[in-house]
Design a protein around this ligand. Sequence first.
Ligand code: GLC
Length: 464
Amino acid sequence: MSHGTNRHEFARATEGQQTTRSRRRLRRSGAVGVVLAGSMALLAACGSSSTTSSTSSTTSGVNLSSAHGTITWWASPIAQVGIRAALIRAFEKAYPKIHVNLVSAPTNTDTNRADLVNTISGGASTPDVFMGDVIWPAEFGAHGFAVPLSNYLPSSYWAKFAPGLVQGATYKGKVYGSPLFEDEGFLYYRKDLLAKYHLPVPKTWEQLESDAVTLVHDNAVKYGFVWEGNSYEGLTCDFMEYLTSAGGSVVNSSYTKATIDSPAALRALTFMRSLITSGASPAAVTTFEEPQAMAVFDSGQAAFLRNWDYAWANSQTPSDSKVVGDVGVAPLPTFQGESYPGYSNIGGWNLYINPHSKNLAADLVFIKWMSSTQAQDILGKTYSEIPTVESVRLALAKDPSIAPPIKVAAETRLVPRPAGTPNYPQVSSAIYTNVNAALAGSMSPSAALKTAASQINTALAGGI
Ligand code: GLC
């Protein structure tokens, strides 16, 4: 993985703590043309190995124009229950011969994956299409839990996605997921509280910690900073952000060795624990997932929140939020002495097809439609999800009424999780269980990192 090829460096080979750059910096440096050209070639290469057709109705022997019938779509609500129904309504209007049955999947990505793996490995032919996390392609590809979509969708299809997304959905040369929406970590803050206390938006983690402590001590707000500290995938995401901003990484570039037991990781984890011991964050963050952190912030009880782009839509929905109009959005802070902004972990969800589906043509029509301007607009405009289709994202970012995260995304620095191994679930669990223990104070940060390193080495040794 070359140095700094693009902001979406979903590196298979490296977490790329030095490999992502902000869109803004790329643009300013004039490097973006080169970067895009390079990555488009890469994307094209990715799709071309196994695709021949580029006609609109026939895709590698599957006739899409006569597709009809009922397909089942497995999708979690993420933040807003209405997203899925809105998409289905618009799709069925465009393709009246295809009906979509929604199956509501668990919100927690780990439970969601476990359920699907059970279902698909048992040979079930439904769901036909599933919305799955961006960290699943290696595992699902290696075990045959998803159809290699690049066998059916031509390189021209893949070229429209933001650079790096397709690469992230690729395992051993085949693309398994069609990018649906992108998530990035953001800092949400209470504009009214910062203005009242004459505090600028914090650019370093240390500043955020001390602002949070001040606001709590002054009884300006019940809690300072809320985030995702439960023992689950979301904590791996949060940890990646501190870790990368401190200059650390989880594994080496060839996925043969854990690198997590390092001074940078110790700085990151010691800081995370200090958020709790200083009173900047409530001890309850060690049990929070996205919905709990968001609910506390939206109820007006916290000054700062780390969450994904979609948290904006919730914070501005009057029935869910007491802080409508009082919320600001910024890139995540960095550590003192490191360059701003800090790193945002990259998340998001793709669409995959069950290899046992009996409706491949209709599945493909549905997936293709989800990357249309119409579908991507619904995701961006109504639900503050970052579109995966680059032209749509760029157009929405210019829209004055668009959700702030979609604009602020131009400034973020992104880091992927080390999901290039089929054993990523074990790698991640080694991270989040030990980081959670350190946060709760039942393990020292240094012991937690040593244990995580040894469990990650075991996971990597069992690679496929
Ligand atoms: C969001 C992200 C996903 C991540 C999850 C963790 O849903 O899109 O990639 O794994 O949060 O909770």
